[in-house]
Design a protein around this ligand. Structure first.
Ligand code: PMV
Length: 306
């Protein structure tokens, strides 16, 4: 008997970094998934595919310990992880892994776990990996759809009346969320007034972005995202490679683009020109840049026995 869980990855549409300092971010689940299989073992053993690389043992142990403490689940398990996205790409691969793990362990042990319980256990692993995460990543990967997130409050779902299309463009450079979060926090410590102005701008951008996304006004959303990129850049989260990708996407006809996630490498999120995603994707591929189309909304984590 084994339990299988799949969780989607995520993109942050606006508000990353400032959400760590109490701001509000807008984020969405995207269709690339992480799959975790759990079966009985004599001790904990973890295997993973080439995208996951060396299995992240400490965060996995932290999730299993949290599940055992809260729900009395088994932790001597054989765990296998397969991912459709590379780690360190700013797409929440670690959060998706922790969420799918908590969900698979609950399913394997016959524990009915609500989405809040999945997030709480996944957070134990995210803390080991990232230090002081806001919690946005596991919330999006577990709940799916589109949501706004403010630390200390329940996430709020953003209902959409139809599909919305984005492009996720990979810089190909891995980076550490922990390092980028501390770089931006250092800017806050050194320049508190400047940081407060940037944080206020990011939170305003998020509320405008929610309105534009709901209305389906993707051109205006794109312009807000480019503005958000400038704000993130001023806070120290961007670099010349990401700035160059944003410029390239705009020159290929995108209404707007920004870094997504922690920055310093990872991915850029773009709004494609209506009906012309294919021409942008081929322009990118001609330059050797990997990108994929992401259509929202997508479902959150789900699990089953096999
Ligand atoms: O997991 P990443 O690299 O996509 O970044 C998460 C977003 C941050 O706001 C930078 C960190 C956080 O915990 O919210």
């Amino acid at each position: 008997l084994k339990a299988i869980a799949e969780a989607p990855c995520k993109v942050i549409i606006t508000g990353e970094h400032f959400v760590v300092h109490g701001g509000t971010a807008l984020a969405a689940a995207v269709g690339r998934k992480v799959r975790v299989e759990v079966s009985e073992g004599r001790a904990l053993s973890v295997a993973s595919d080439r995208f996951v690389g060396a299995p992240p043992l400490d965060p996995i142990r932290a999730v299993l310990a949290e599940m055992k403490r809260r729900h009395g689940t088994e932790s001597r398990l054989s765990v296998s992880i397969a991912s459709e996205i590379p780690p360190g790409a700013g797409l929440g691969s670690s959060a998706a892994t922790m969420v799918a793990l908590a969900s698979a362990v609950a399913r394997f042990s016959g524990v009915e776990l609500a989405v809040g319980g999945v997030v709480a256990s996944a957070m134990a692993g995210e803390r080991v990996l990232h230090g002081n995460p806001s919690g946005i990543d596991p919330n999006v990967c577990a709940r799916g759809g589109v949501l706004t997130f403010t630390p200390g409050r329940d996430p709020s779902e953003v209902p959409l009346d139809g599909r919305r299309v984005f492009l996720v463009v990979q810089s190909g450079r891995r980076r550490s969320t922990r390092k980028l979060v501390s770089k931006v926090s250092e800017m806050k410590r050194r320049r508190p007034h400047l940081f407060a102005g940037l944080a206020a701008a990011a939170t305003d951008v998020t509320s405008l972005a929610v309105e534009r996304l709901r209305a389906g006004d993707m051109d205006a959303l794109g312009r807000l995202m480019t503005y958000n990129h400038a704000v993130l850049s001023a806070a120290g989260a961007s670099d010349s490679g990401l700035d160059g990708l944003v410029d390239l996407l705009i020159s290929l006809g995108c209404p707007g683009a920004k870094l997504t996630g922690a920055g310093g490498g990872g991915s850029v999120l773009a709004v494609p020109p209506t009906g012309k995603e294919k021409s942008v994707l081929s322009g990118l591929s001609a330059r050797g840049i990997n990108a994929f189309r992401a259509e929202l909304p997508v479902e959150g984590v789900h699990s089953w026995l096999s």
